[in-house]
Design a protein around this ligand. Structure first.
Ligand SMILES: [Zn+2]
Length: 80
């Protein structure tokens, strides 16, 4: 079982892991993207993303994803 493990976005907290572990029972996980550092070529998970809602549901346009700058669970700042 060689599951490629992407590095966490932060060294300061592991709330995301803990929340994901709790959500697993509901077949759910937090929205995260994969970030690639072009200098090192390393991939890491992005901070969690907020889900935007459409104001006018008739407009068919992709919603932007909003990255959190701080941990939504404990308030730790994520690195830039
Ligand atoms: Zn946290």
């Amino acid at each position: 079982m060689a599951k490629s493990k992407a590095e966490k976005p932060t060294g300061s907290c592991n709330c995301i892991d803990q929340v994901n572990a709790q959500l697993r029972g509901s077949n759910a996980k937090l929205s995260q993207g994969l970030q690639i550092d072009f200098k090192t070529g390393k991939s890491s998970m992005s901070p969690p993303m907020l889900v935007a809602e459409k104001i006018d549901s008739k407009i068919k346009k992709r919603l932007p994803s909003l990255l959190c700058s701080f941990c939504p669970f404990c308030g730790s700042k994520y690195p830039e």
